[in-house]
Design a protein around this ligand. Structure first.
Ligand code: PLP
Length: 457
């Protein structure tokens, strides 16, 4: 007879009941440490814990709840749809929310982008877009950028230009090469104007195509503004030039707007600000204000390269998520994107002042309500490992520990939540719900300054 399984209650022990204990026991340990609270409910820019503590959220669940947590119109639309129909598999039986959302996306995306495939997440959107580019061009190779992030499934991980996400789980998809990111703060080309930098970075990409591919190119894929890479804004003219290079090689330009889309940068899509119309545009995160939905959209002549059976997703185009997305787009267009642009302008100026005021602040950069504060300097030497230092910089070593310390200080002392990211993990990320008010932003920047002062001291 086998031995009895341990049972806490029968053995007279306290049962493990708290979410924290259950996470430890039953959830795979994929983050190194969760922030030390459990969220019970959220509304607008506020998250409330099971203990009743309230936090001002300036990270939006990694840039997702653009229309505010539990936006009432999104909630109402999802609830209505729940009563009627939860699932059809939209690739077997049509449903109305998919039809309406696809039409709406054609209206709000740039240029001729017209036909959409729906899936459930950003990484699926990116991988689907690569499949479409391969099918359309008949070619295989893909160029992505160093420092880029495109997701964690094996195809998207291959495109991600950061070893920190790969660990021992690479190699992944074949036929991917990486070109240097247009990251002017740590420019390898010395002091140069934005225009010169754009030209040099684009030349580098062309050199990588020439040296590392057989020029059997299906796509160049990049984020209009890098998110996980540290809120890196490309220089003017770069994206357009990259599209020309891609087209010269018979390849498509895929812009991954999973993080920048749906108002995050102060326009519905960041592409609009860089005067470029991608050949395929990927979306997720802010598309449905927190309900799981991903998508990629292409002009009809590209989209129609897919034939029956080429691609499918069981849950993709879920009617509840699509109904929520439609209400989300209404809400975003009804003043929320405008608010992101307006508050973003104020935030840009306010953060720029910090560059002179604090030694720790190397650069502040971003668009709309997607801003990064890159920390450098005195604490950095012992904080960074050798590979980080190898990056070399005239501007100061990346201050990773300082970034974590400032983030923790802001949470503990001010109840303000921000993210930390960047290739060197030294960038404080401001990506609040786009409904944030000036007063709340002032509070957040005040908390940041207090954190910088405390850590510098
Ligand atoms: C630009 C970009 N692409 C793709 C992804 C992957 O999205 P998901 O986590 O929904 O798979 C992310 C996630 O952070 C992202 O920022």
């Amino acid at each position: 007879m086998s031995e009895q399984e341990p049972n806490a209650e029968r053995d007279g022990q306290e049962p493990t009941t708290s979410p924290a204990e259950k996470y430890d026991e039953y959830v795979m340990p994929i983050t190194k440490g969760y922030d030390p609270f459990t969220v019970e409910r959220a509304s607008g820019t506020t998250m409330e814990t099971t203990e009743g503590d309230q936090y001002l959220d300036c990270f939006s669940g990694i840039s997702v709840t653009n229309a505010g947590h539990n936006n009432p119109e999104v909630v109402a639309a999802a609830k209505d749809q729940l009563d009627d129909l939860i699932h059809t598999c939209s690739y077997v039986y049509r449903n109305e929310p998919v039809a309406d959302l696809a039409e709406r996306i054609a209206e709000i995306t740039p240029g001729d982008l017209q036909k959409t495939f729906f899936c459930n997440s950003g990484t699926e959107a990116v991988e689907g877009a690569i499949k479409l580019a391969r099918k359309h061009t008949g070619s295989k190779e893909v160029v992505a950028l160093e420092m880029a992030f495109h997701g964690r499934t094996l195809g998207s991980l291959a495109l991600t230009g950061n070893h920190a996400y790969k660990h021992e789980m690479a190699p992944t998809m074949n036929d991917v090469v990486h070109a240097p990111a247009p990251y002017q703060f740590r420019s390898p080309y010395g002091d140069c104007s934005e225009e010169e930098f754009a030209a040099r970075a684009a030349e580098e990409l062309e050199r990588v195509i020439g040296t590392h591919t057989s020029t059997d190119l299906a796509a160049v894929v990049l984020e209009p503004v890098m998110g996980e890479g540290g809120i890196v804004v490309p220089p003017k003219g770069y994206l357009k030039r990259v599209q020309e290079i891609a087209h010269d090689h018979g390849a498509l330009l895929i812009l991954d707007e999973v993080q920048t889309g749906y108002g995050r940068t102060g326009t519905m899509f960041a592409s609009e600000q860089f005067d470029v119309e991608p050949d395929i545009l990927t979306q997720a995160k802010g598309i449905a204000d927190g309900l799981p939905l991903g998508a990629f959209t292409a002009p009809a002549d590209i989209a129609d390269s897919f034939e029956a059976g080429d691609h499918l997703s069981t849950f993709g185009g879920n009617p509840v998520c699509c109904a929520a997305a439609l209400a989300n787009i209404d809400a975003l267009q009804d003043g929320i994107v405008e608010n992101a642009a307006e508050q973003g302008e104020w935030l840009a100026e306010r953060l720029a002042d910090l560059e002179d005021e604090y030694d720790l602040v190397g650069e502040t950069r971003g668009r709309g309500l997607m801003f990064g504060v890159e920390l450098v300097g005195p604490l950095a030497e012992e904080d960074t490992d050798a590979s980080d230092r190898d990056a070399g910089t005239a501007e100061g070593e990346p201050a990773k520990k300082a970034a974590d310390a400032v983030k923790d200080y802001m949470r503990e002392e001010h109840g303000v939540l921000v993210g930390v990211g960047g290739y060197h993990k030294n960038v404080i990320r401001f990506q609040p719900p786009l409904t944030i008010t000036r007063e709340e932003l002032e509070r957040a920047v005040g908390a940041l300054e207090d954190g910088l002062r405390a850590v510098e001291a």
